[in-house]
Each structure stands twice: as structure tokens, then as C-alpha cells.
Design a protein around this ligand. Structure first.
Ligand code: SF4
Length: 215
């Protein structure tokens, strides 16, 4: 089997055996991510927390409950989407992942995206946003969809606040709820979004690979 044919299960196995950065130490379980291998939407968060580390599953604590509720609000089942994080092992004391750790872990998430080929990636929080649209502020770009070329395919990136941040403040919660409501329009109207015009404009934009604001 060629490298490109590696499956999601194999990625999970590699994550389970990975020692490429120190994060695996003192963790309970790896959290490679889970969901529909043919998902149209991928949600990508930051890192596993306490509950995720205990269960080996992404977004299962309070932030996960909120994510479930938000998915219900747009009538999307959790089993329809794929949920992952930028790093696959829990950082000690839930500290932020270091750039070296994110870089060490990058291949796993990149492979998952290659396999799943989602139409939309919803970034949850600034570490996930930084991966796809570097150098922007989440407060300025949340809810604004852009095209980003990944492995030769244009994927819609829809930046959002992390659900954990929403749990800390009503203002962010409201913004996250509103931003979530934008997801179905891309799923339902995928053919109607002016992709052609967008692609043309995108080629004319030189900044940073040129993502284009769709809405
Ligand atoms: S966080 Fe990623 S790179 Fe670090 S040990 Fe875990 S799987 Fe490997």
C-alpha cells in the first residue's frame, strides 16, 4: 500500500504510537479525531483536554456538549462530520500547544484532510485558524468563509471561535451561534455559491495565497 493510501484507522494507529513531540508523555489516551470518513464538514479544534484524554475522543467535555448543541441547531448529526484537533495528545495542564508540537503533529491532520477531502473546514479557535489562514485575528475573521487551496483542491475555510471560549463569555457565545448558522448555506447551496467568480478573483489576489471572502 502506498503512502497516499493510508487509512484513517492507520493514522489513528500511528498517533497512538507517536513520540514525535513530548506531548504523548503523561497522557491517558491519544485523541486522533473521529467521524465520517466522507464528511463534507471537518471541525478542527486545538488540542484534547481532560475529558478527551480520558476517553480518547475529541470534544466530549463541556465544549463538546456545546458543539453537539450547535450541530443540532443546524440539524447536522455528529456522525455526519469529522472532528479533530491540531495536536493529538493533551498538553499538560491544558496549556497551549507549542509551535514545535503543532509542527510535529501536522502530518496526521494533513493526512486526515487528504483522505476525507471535506468541502468545508470549520476552524475552532486561533491555533486551527492559524494553520489555514496565518496572521489574521479570529475576532476579525470569524464567520467569514474563504477559499484556501489544500493539496490542489479549494476548500472553504470557515473560522469560528473555540466553543471553550464561548463558554467563558456571552458575547463570544452569541457570535459562535450566529457563525454556526452559516454552515448549511455552504452545504445546501454548494453549487449556487459563485465559485467561478470567486476562483477568478482569488487568482488575482496575491496576499498570502489569497483567500477570498465569500460572505
Ligand atoms: S501530539 Fe502529535 S506529534 Fe506529539 S506525540 Fe502526540 S501524535 Fe505525536
Amino acid at each position: 500500500m502506498g503512502e497516499m493510501e493510508i487509512s484513517l484507522a492507520e493514522i489513528a494507529q500511528r498517533v497512538a504510537n507517536c513520540q514525535k513531540c513530548p506531548l504523548y508523555k503523561n497522557t491517558t489516551k491519544p485523541v486522533p479525531g473521529e467521524g465520517n470518513p466522507k464528511a463534507e464538514v471537518m471541525f478542527i479544534g486545538e488540542a484534547p483536554g481532560f475529558n478527551e484524554d480520558q476517553q480518547g475522543r475529541p470534544f466530549v467535555g463541556r465544549a463538546g456538549k456545546l458543539l453537539d448543541e450547535l450541530l443540532s441547531s443546524i440539524k447536522v448529526a455528529r456522525s455526519d462530520v469529522f472532528i479533530a484537533n491540531v495536536v493529538k495528545h493533551r498538553p499538560p495542564e491544558n496549556r497551549e500547544p507549542l509551535p514545535t508540537e503543532i509542527e510535529a503533529c501536522r502530518e496526521y491532520l494533513d493526512r486526515q484532510i487528504e483522505i476525507i477531502q471535506p468541502k468545508i473546514i470549520v476552524t475552532l479557535g486561533r491555533f486551527s485558524l492559524e494553520k489555514f489562514i496565518p496572521g489574521v485575528k479570529i475576532s476579525q475573521v470569524h464567520g467569514l468563509a474563504r477559499f484556501v487551496e489544500i493539496n490542489g483542491r479549494k476548500i472553504i475555510i470557515l473560522p469560528m471561535f473555540h466553543p471553550a471560549a464561548a463558554l467563558r463569555g456571552a458575547g463570544v457565545m452569541n457570535m459562535l451561534r450566529q457563525d454556526f448558522l452559516k454552515i448549511p448555506q455552504f452545504l445546501d447551496n454548494q453549487e449556487k455559491v459563485p465559485l467561478e467568480n470567486s476562483a477568478t478573483k482569488e487568482e488575482n489576489t496575491k496576499d498570502n495565497g489569497s483567500q477570498l471572502t465569500l460572505i
